[in-house]
Design a protein around this ligand. Structure first.
Ligand code: 0FX
Length: 243
């Protein structure tokens, strides 16, 4: 019998390095190949030294390539998996959100505002975005002193912990799944960009405004802004400190 082969597609360097540590103990047991999205120009050169980490355009690949693998792992992949891949092969997504709440873009941003659960969901993929039978899920709390950046760091740590604790079970398919009993909601890039346009005439509570600023504070990104009288964008972020 051939070795079990796992295709790992990740556009996130922190998770790439963390995952490489996790799989050290499986060396010689399972085979892993690493890919990043062909348009992800931000990947640092040292990551693809020795050709261990290669670019891929999933929609240009065919069944001959897909059938080399027993499992596809999406660990923050910037590409949508093609229907013919997810329908025919076992594909698992490590999603930085608590499905089905705030699926899609930057879940913690929207959960800071709408107070819906956030965390990590590991699920089998189907043809819809961040959708499919859930394998493992864990919520994390959001505290009032935390920004999007702070919450995201906790999410990434939890993603690596859940992968470390459950990798073999995921690879072997030795798990039970469940489906949420409602579809939840999806946010996209436009929803995030519109959140970043601060309307200086909007009337509301200080809590609502602080939540928007917490949700858009994520160094080094310039997210939330207002326009000054000369139409310059003035970027705004908050600095919160718990005593
Ligand atoms: O790894 P990741 O969280 O995102 C990737 C894919 O880009 C995304 O399409 C996919 N849905 C996700 C599961 O995996 O990295 P990122 O750099 O795109 O975003 C990380 C965080 O950075 C995000 O949660 C919020 C923050 N961010 C990112 C960008 C690009 C901002 O605050 N502003 C931004 O403009």
């Amino acid at each position: 019998m051939r070795d079990i082969r796992v295709c790992v597609i990740t556009d996130n360097e922190f998770l790439f390095h963390g995952f490489k540590k996790i799989i050290q103990k499986y060396s010689g047991i399972y085979e892993f190949e690493f890919y990043y999205s062909y348009f992800n120009t931000g990947i640092m050169p040292e990551c693809f030294a020795k050709e261990e980490y290669r670019p891929i355009c999933l929609k240009n690949e065919n069944e001959q390539f897909f059938s080399k693998f027993d499992l596809f792992l999406s660990i923050h992949c910037k590409q949508l998996f093609p229907k013919e891949l997810v329908m025919k092969h076992r594909c698992i997504n490590i999603h930085p959100g608590f499905n089905p709440y705030n699926r899609g873009w930057f879940p913690q941003v929207f959960s800071i505002i709408d107070k819906q659960p956030v965390g990590v969901t590991i699920h089998e993929m189907d043809a819809e975005l961040d959708h499919g039978p859930i394998i493992i899920q864990q919520e994390i709390p959001i505290y009032e002193h935390e920004t999007s950046f702070d919450v995201y760091q906790k999410i990434q740590e939890l993603e690596l912990k859940l992968l470390a604790d459950n990798l073999e079970v995921l690879i072997l398919g030795d798990y039970k799944t469940w489906l949420p009993d409602f579809e939840g909601n999806i946010n996209n890039e436009a929803d995030f960009r519109s959140l970043c346009e601060l309307d200086m005439d909007r009337v509301g509570t200080f809590r609502e405004f602080l939540d928007i600023l917490r949700a858009t504070t994520f160094a080094p990104y310039d997210n939330a802004y207002f326009l000054d009288k000369d139409n310059n964008k003035i970027f705004v972020s908050v600095n919160l400190k718990k005593s």
